[in-house]
Write a protein that binds this ligand. Structure first.
Ligand code: GDP
Length: 318
């Protein structure tokens, strides 16, 4: 591919989004890519501020993530967690020893009064991220899952209950009082911006909180650049996590086409997996292009290739 000119803003959740963000970072110069992370999964544990999506993206961008486990850092150890379990009996959330340093560093900075944007930038620099990573907002937003087992905090649903409860409704507590991070506003208003990417993240739990922030959809529209999404659903299944199960519970077909419809007018282009190519006719319309690609990112080469395909579609639409 030719060198891509201009800047890109990518909206991302944790694991799926982080894989494409890593691919994009491989194809773009450091000042060309800004990744915007969902923070509605953030919570406090052991009095530490944990930002799961920011950390998944940070670790992936810095090439420190554990690909096999699918989350957290490589070469991790778990001695503090085992010791804490002995003291507290608290069993359900896993924190590695090195990962703890991230949460300590962040919590200390926040308690000194630094912004989440500033501490995320410091972490990105010190861990070796090649591009800019921004939290979606400075305010606290918390996903609450209303389910057949009652109302659950996001991590209770996701980690403790392993996404087993049947979801009836998802609520982003605090969203009305929250604003899009001014730094995200700036990135979207940058005259050098040439495209926006919606990563293959969970549309309901990872991308919706970002899009629901006051001013976000307006800022995307005002940017006047193409928006390309990548489907997190391949062959009716999520690669990881509850996206497909959620679609069934929310009365949608669990298909890539249904994800495209869910994003609606926001998208100028959508990339689905080669194996779903028969859905292209359903997705494409005069205002929305559909392309197929090998969209399962197993290694660095496939992340880079999907990033190239995404950037190529953006360039075509520009
Ligand atoms: P989370 O916040 O950690 O759940 O991360 P995301 O929301 O960013 O990612 C979850 C979504 O990523 C799931 O719906 C997966 O199907 C999707 N995903 C994970 N790996 C891949 C991949 O290699 N290719 C595609 N297309 N989607 C993926």
């Amino acid at each position: 591919m030719q060198a891509f000119s201009g800047k890109i803003v990518a909206l991302s959740g944790g694991v799926g989004g982080a894989k494409l963000a890593r691919g994009l970072a491989e194809c773009l110069a450091p000042d060309q890519l800004t990744v915007v992370a969902n923070t509605a999964d953030d919570f406090d544990y052991w009095d530490l501020r944990i930002c799961p999506d920011i950390d998944s993206i940070l670790y992936a961008l810095a090439d420190l993530n554990d690909e096999e486990r699918g989350w957290g850092l490589r070469d991790e150890s778990w001695r503090t967690m085992v010791a804490m379990r002995r003291l507290t009996g608290d069993e359900w959330f896993q924190l590695g020893d090195q990962d703890l340093a991230t949460h300590l560093f962040r919590t200390m900075a926040l308690r000194r009064g630094e912004s989440l944007t500033a501490v995320t930038a410091a972490l990105a620099e010190r861990l070796g991220s090649p591009c800019r990573l921004l939290p979606m907002t400075e305010q606290s937003v918390a996903t609450r899952v209303h389910s057949d087992q009652g109302e659950l905090a996001f991590q209770e649903y996701f980690v403790r209950e392993r996404c087993e409860p049947k979801v009836e409704r998802i609520v982003f507590e605090g969203i009305d009082a929250a604003e899009l991070n001014p730094a995200v506003h700036e990135a979207l208003a940058d005259p050098a911006l040439t495209g926006i990417v919606i990563c293959p993240s969970n549309p309901f739990l990872s991308i919706d909180p970002i899009l629901s922030l006051r001013g976000c959809r307006e800022a995307i529209a005002a940017a006047g650049v193409p928006v390309v999404g990548v489907s997190p659903i391949i062959s009716g299944r999520a690669v990881k996590g509850p996206a497909a199960k959620l679609m069934e519970e929310l009365d949608m077909p669990n298909t890539a086409a249904a994800v495209a419809d869910y994003y609606g007018d926001l998208l100028d282009g959508f990339i689905i997996d080669d194996c779903d190519r028969e859905q292209c006719a359903q997705i494409a319309n005069p205002r929305r292009q559909c392309r197929t690609a090998q969209s399962l990112m197993r290694d660095l080469a496939s992340k880079r290739q999907l990033a190239v395909d995404t950037l190529s579609l953006l360039a075509e639409l520009h």
